[in-house]
Ligand binder design. Structure first.
Ligand code: HEM
Length: 401
């Protein structure tokens, strides 16, 4: 299957024409290199995300042996222990219990209160970029904003924040397709260090609680024994990683798309009230997280193909977001697009808990850049990260103009 080659730099540069070919071939196709069933259509992805016959994990119902899979290598255990106790890799009832606790901190109303802080921070970061006449939009604005916001919410002291990005990057390497031994070793090291750090921080907060989310989780744990220590650590890591990784990429992918579509950028500069629809459209147009997987817990059928228990489905979010059955002129960037049911934040029980926060952060950095750097230009063609699932750039050099 030449249409789908997630390791080919040409595919990574622009996967969307290949997706069109995949969609034309049918609703489901087996992909041997990863032993997965690819699903490229919006209607199917949207339905499967809500289908309880599928799960992010199977371990709540089956052993590895039952499922025809091998247990992870013992030397990779620290990564799996960390990952498997976060809500993203849990299914009900554990998922429900943890999500209910954490969701209080992320309701649209709670997050709305963070708006002035996020806007102020975005303004300060953009002012720094302007003072230097330009720089790297990734390291100067896109990255420090969501890292500071999520670290602040969790109560990670400023002096401790430097390793958060490298830990996250090393752990996220495991979410790519067929990760190498070297990637796994890096993820294990980061999992051990990150977990040790949080275990100590939790011990400190237990002695001296603050009004941060970690103290809140401890309180819930101590009052009703509703979170184990491992779940607390895994929740904190998930929030810290998921809380910035995709937002960083959405920001730089979005600005790179704007620079390549100068008429759209000009329209946005002329009318800042387009910011909310622009953010949704940029997340659809160049989808920050391209693929999500589900295990088949109970046999399903797609378009006459039976997919048995134990198989794995790979839902192609980037393809679903360019499906012409749902989006008119899907390969056209249209910042005024109103009917935009993109799937970038997922759907069903794992729908992104941080979506309201991500939207506030993306709006804050975009508004600050439009207002304070109104003639921003691309200074050099960026290098793309060699990743498929987490789609991003190595950097984005800009000049203030
Ligand atoms: C543009 C930015 C973001 C994008 C595109 C994004 C996307 C997603 C997606 C697609 C999922 C579900 C994956 C699946 O169904 O398998 C998800 C889940 C999640 N996201 Fe986000 N996310 C973003 C920002 C954030 C932020 C800022 C946070 C802050 C805390 C966050 C926290 C989470 C968590 C905790 C989950 C797991 C939810 C669950 O399993 O119930 N995300 N995100």
């Amino acid at each position: 299957m030449a249409a789908f080659d997630p390791w080919d730099p040409d595919f990574l540069a622009d996967p969307y024409p290949s997706y069109a070919e995949l969609r034309a071939r049918g609703r489901v196709q087996y992909f041997e290199p990863t032993d997965q069933w690819l699903v490229p259509l919006h209607a199917d992805v949207s339905a499967l995300l809500r289908d309880r016959r599928l799960g992010r994990t199977y371990q709540h119902r089956f052993t590895h042996e039952d499922f025809g899979r091998t247990a992870p290598a013992p030397e990779h255990e620290p990564f799996h222990t960390l990952n498997d106790h976060g809500m993203l890799d849990l299914e009900p009832p554990d998922h429900t219990r943890i999500r209910r606790l954490v969701s209080k901190a992320f309701t649209p109303r709670t997050v709305e209160r963070l708006k002035p802080y996020v806007s102020r921070l975005a303004g300060e970061l953009v002012d720094g970029l302007v003072r230097n006449g330009g720089g790297d939009l990734l390291t100067d604005v896109a990255e420090p904003l969501p890292v500071a916001v999520i670290a602040e919410m969790l109560g990670i002291p400023e002096a401790d924040r430097a390793p958060l990005r490298p830990w996250s990057a090393d752990i996220c390497g495991m979410y790519e397709l067929n990760p190498s031994q070297e990637t796994a070793a890096r993820a294990v090291r980061a999992s051990v260090e990150f977990s040790d750090y949080l275990r100590e921080l939790i011990a400190e907060r237990r002695k001296e609680p603050g009004d941060d989310l970690i103290s809140g989780l401890i309180e819930a744990h101590d009052e009703g024994d509703r979170l184990t220590e491992q779940e607390m650590i895994s929740t904190a890591v998930l929030l810290l990683n998921a809380g910035h990784e995709a937002t960083v990429n959405a920001t730089v992918n979005g600005w790179y798309a704007l620079f390549r579509n100068p008429a759209q950028l000009a329209a946005l500069r002329a009318d800042h009230s387009l910011v909310p629809t622009a953010i949704e459209e940029l997340m659809r147009y160049d989808t920050p997280l391209q693929l999500f997987e589900r295990w088949v817990l109970d046999e399903i059928e797609i378009d006459g193909t039976t997919i048995p228990r134990g198989a794995e489905i790979a839902m192609l979010f980037g393809s679903a977001n360019h499906d012409p059955a749902v989006f008119e002129n899907p390969d056209r960037l249209d910042l005024t697009r109103r009917d935009n049911p993109h799937i970038s934040f997922s759907a069903g029980i794992h729908y992104c808990i941080g979506a309201p926060l991500a939207r506030i952060e993306l709006a804050a950095s975009m508004t600050a850049l439009l207002e304070r750097a109104p003639a921003l230009t691309l200074a050099a063609e960026p290098d793309r990260k060699p990743n498929f699932v987490i789609r991003g750039l190595e950097g984005l050099r800009v000049e203030v103009g």
